[in-house]
Ligand binder design. Structure first.
Ligand code: AMP
Length: 286
């Protein structure tokens, strides 16, 4: 396994790999890897000849006042996890090289970038889409692997790839969870033991919403949201719910007529436990 920091060197390696007929799989991450990331690496290993894992805490996707500075970082730990997962190249550039002097160009996906997560984290998806497109141009992958954990990220990147005719196949891996249902996340290190236990409520509420919808046990989408909100607020009064969204999985359009809707339903939510903001979602077919 090689660690590449230089953009031009990564491009040359990827170009060579492509010319020699290798299928390249890219797994973009911000490091501090956990089993959820490993699942992506293993999927890439299964389906591609060469796996590139990028480790880059992308300043462009953090808002002022968010946790960019204190985002957990441990390169040596990530290095060994990547090696065990069979990664071929770690791409680990410096921010100064990625966003050089006078950097100007950003990719934003109209509407999608601004709703739900985007509403509470303005600019976040522009930062995500920009870095992902840059990583595609640098590592030239055939396939790129993302987690369903970040549902709006997946929807947004699929749209970017379609709209801009980017020749990369987006692959999505299921959310890996702790035993109590809490979605694994690098940010879970911010939680204390009690919060970690309490945070099981997210997945429970999502399943409650899913079961209500599948059983037809609701009046309209508002009653599903209310039941979920009540469940969360009763079980863990010290947390603070930011939003619950019940949408389709293509453009994240709100499903007004949930009774008669047929297709994929995405329920997503964001909840604060203390200062830690957790997101989660559930995707199913009605
Ligand atoms: P991050 O390092 O948090 O930016 O995540 C890198 C990639 O790993 C993203 O595509 C995430 O959606 C994915 N990911 C993060 N947590 C999980 C999880 N618990 N299960 C599956 N994929 C995940």
């Amino acid at each position: 396994m090689k660690v590449i920091k230089d953009i031009r060197a990564m491009q040359e390696i990827s170009e060579f790999l492509r010319r020699t007929g290798k299928k390249i799989g890219l797994v973009p991450t911000m490091g501090y890897l956990h089993e959820g990331h490993v699942e992506l690496l293993i999927a890439a290993k299964d389906e591609c000849d060469v796996v590139i894992a990028s480790i880059f805490v992308n300043p462009a996707q953090f808002l002022p006042g968010e946790d960019f500075e204190k985002y957990p970082r441990d390169f040596m730990r990530d290095y060994f996890i990547c090696m065990q997962a069979g990664v071929d190249y770690i791409f680990n550039p410096e921010a100064e090289e990625v966003y050089g002097k006078d950097y100007k160009t950003y990719v934003s996906i109209n509407d999608l970038s601004d709703k739900y997560e985007g509403k509470f984290r303005p600019g976040h998806f522009t930062g995500v889409a920009t870095i992902v497109l840059k990583l595609f141009n640098i590592t030239k992958p055939h396939r790129a692997y993302f987690g369903q954990k970040d549902a709006q990220q997946v929807v947004t990147l699929r749209k970017m790839v379609k709209d801009l005719n980017v020749d990369v196949e987006i692959r999505v891996c299921e959310t890996l969870r702790e035993e109590n249902g809490l979605a694994k996340s690098s940010r879970n290190v911010y939680l204390d033991d009690k919060q970690r236990e309490d945070a099981a409520v997210l997945n429970e509420a999502l399943n409650l919403g899913k079961n209500m919808i599948l059983k037809g046990d609701f009046d309209d989408y508002k009653s599903v949201k209310k039941a979920m909100r009540d469940y969360i607020e009763t079980k863990t009064p010290e947390c603070s719910l930011q939003y619950i969204a019940i949408t389709d999985n293509e453009l994240m359009e709100k499903i007004d007529d949930l009774k008669n809707y047929e297709g994929e339903v995405l329920i997503s939510l964001a909840v604060f436990f203390g200062k830690t903001r957790l997101i989660d979602n559930i995707l199913f077919t009605k």
